[in-house]
Design a protein. Structure first.
Length: 91
């Protein structure tokens, strides 16, 4: 994925990763783009670090540290919006 990916593409890829990595594939189909990830206990500090690593290595998105807003880690929609709004980071 390139830094010019659409927000929808980023949301889809994040949903897939969260389902597979943190929810055992989400067999009940409970995850939505607005699911409260912190409230559900999906994004612990360790899982957030794993997700950030996936954003960098799996999605190929680089974001400057000063543009990461911890408040955006409430749901997939907010994370994708933050990533797309921040623009590309340093190579």
């Amino acid at each position: 994925m390139t830094s010019d990916a659409t927000e929808q593409e980023v949301r889809e890829r994040l949903m897939l990763f969260v389902r597979e990595r943190f929810l055992d594939g989400d067999p009940l189909g409970e995850l939505s783009e607005d699911s409260p990830l912190q409230e559900w206990g999906v994004l612990s500090s360790m899982n957030t670090a794993v997700l950030m690593n996936h954003i960098h290595t799996g999605l190929g998105l680089r974001i400057r540290v000063d543009r990461i807003d911890p408040r955006a880690f409430t749901d997939v929609r907010s994370i994708a919006a933050m990533l797309c709004a921040a623009g590309p980071g340093p190579e």
